[in-house]
Write a protein that binds this ligand. Structure first.
Ligand code: FES
Length: 101
């Protein structure tokens, strides 16, 4: 099982199964991860799937698209490591991916 690990602001960890070809947001929603509302359903327009991906993982992700950057510009609590989880497509190589909320 390829895992995605979500870490809440209080340090609570939740490991869920990632599905190759599906987004990290979809895995979060499927497993009721708190803090991932995904109001737009993954169309990169709401920012409610915002997560932080630390440096040890961010280099393995494709760069942000212009659309992702634009939506993050309007999101709350954006840092240099911010990503939209609906724009991260899970792959086997991302097994163990850690994302922070
Ligand atoms: Fe809306 Fe990701 S689900 S921007």
């Amino acid at each position: 099982m390829a895992a995605i690990i979500f870490i809440q602001p209080d340090g609570t960890r939740q490991s869920v199964q990632g599905v190759v070809g599906k987004s990290v947001m979809e895995a979060a929603v499927r497993h009721n991860v708190p803090g991932i509302d995904a109001e737009c359903g993954g169309s990169c327009s709401c920012g409610t799937c915002h997560v932080h991906v630390r440096d040890e993982w961010s280099g393995r992700l494709p760069p942000k698209s212009a659309d992702e950057e634009a939506t993050l510009d309007c999101a709350f609590g954006v840092l240099h490591d911010s990503r939209l989880s609906c724009q991260i497509v899970f792959r086997e190589e991302l097994d163990g991916l850690v994302v922070h909320l």
